[in-house]
Write a protein that binds this ligand. Structure first.
Ligand SMILES: Nc1ncnc2c1ncn2[C@@H]1O[C@H](COP(=O)(O)OP(=O)(O)OP(=O)(O)O)[C@@H](O)[C@H]1O
Length: 246
């Protein structure tokens, strides 16, 4: 069973077509990148896969569950890290993880053990008892990453995971995501950063104007061809400032 199966997915906001006709399959154990310029339809796709948006049409299955019919069941089983979300300013990271652990129905000893492990791996152990409002943006991002993985879901959706992180932490997060995939889990990340997708992902779907325009395995690209070449070829007008809305 694929981790994600999408057939002919469509979604519009009024007369704006966000996703026109998207079909895509992600296998279990993939570190899959959904790459596209601003406004390509990545967030709309992620929010539909996680049961936050209702599609206008198409068939969608996430870990074998239909997120339209059973949004809560999907959200219970996956991890979600949207872009630009922060831990509540009035909580410490430890309190936030205890809150997430309660929502995720984890035993408190499990939460305690994972808090220590994630804090150590991502390098914020010294900040576990600092109010989130007093953390830097990058430190808050680390806390949100750990929170999304706290219940060790088989499938994680993560939006622009490396934004705001310094190069050292970026390397830690990359290693963490690869290890998580190597342990048999599926990771789907959305990004408009071609370098991040090329370096991190075993497979990349390029979305543009609400459709899939390429399905690429960066390590298998022939000769000197890079993911950037493919991206610019399929999203060619962007460089001239015509496509996208950035
Ligand atoms: N709530 C909304 N109401 C109206 N239009 C929307 C809404 N959300 C998204 N759109 C439009 O749908 C299209 C796809 O947006 P979406 O956020 O899915 O793109 P994206 O690829 O995630 O972009 P970005 O990289 O900038 O986050 C865009 O044209 C956007 O303006």
């Amino acid at each position: 069973m694929p981790a994600i199966q999408i057939e002919s997915f469509r979604k519009s906001y009024g007369d704006v077509t966000a996703v026109g006709d998207l079909s895509l399959s992600v296998a279990e154990g993939e570190l899959f990148g959904l790459l596209g310029p601003n406004g390509a339809g990545k967030t709309t796709t992620m929010e539909t896969l996680t049961g936050q948006l209702v599609p206008d049409g198409g068939e969608i299955s996430v870990l074998g569950v239909d997120p339209v019919a059973h949004p809560t069941r999907v959200r219970e089983r996956v991890g979600i890290l949207p872009e630009k979300e922060s831990p509540p300013s009035f909580m410490t990271p430890r309190e936030y993880f205890e809150f997430v652990g309660a929502v995720r129905d984890l035993a408190s000893e499990t939460v305690d053990e994972r808090i220590e492990r994630w804090a150590d791996r991502l390098g914020f152990a010294a900040k576990l008892d600092t109010m989130a409002t007093d953390l830097s943006r990058g430190q808050q991002q680390k806390v949100m990453i750990a929170g999304a993985f706290l219940h060790e879901p088989a499938l994680v959706f993560i939006d622009e995971p490396l934004a705001n992180l310094d190069p050292i932490v970026q390397e830690r997060v990359k290693r963490f995501l690869r290890d998580y995939r190597d342990a048999g889990n599926t990771v789907v990340l959305t990004t408009h950063d071609v370098d991040v997708a090329a370096e991190l992902c075993s497979r990349v779907g390029i979305v543009y104007e609400g459709g899939l325009v390429a399905d690429v395995r960066p390590p298998d690209l022939p000769g000197e061809e890079t993911l950037l070449d493919v991206f610019l070829d399929r999203v060619d007008a962007t460089v001239d400032g015509v496509a996208g809305d950035a």
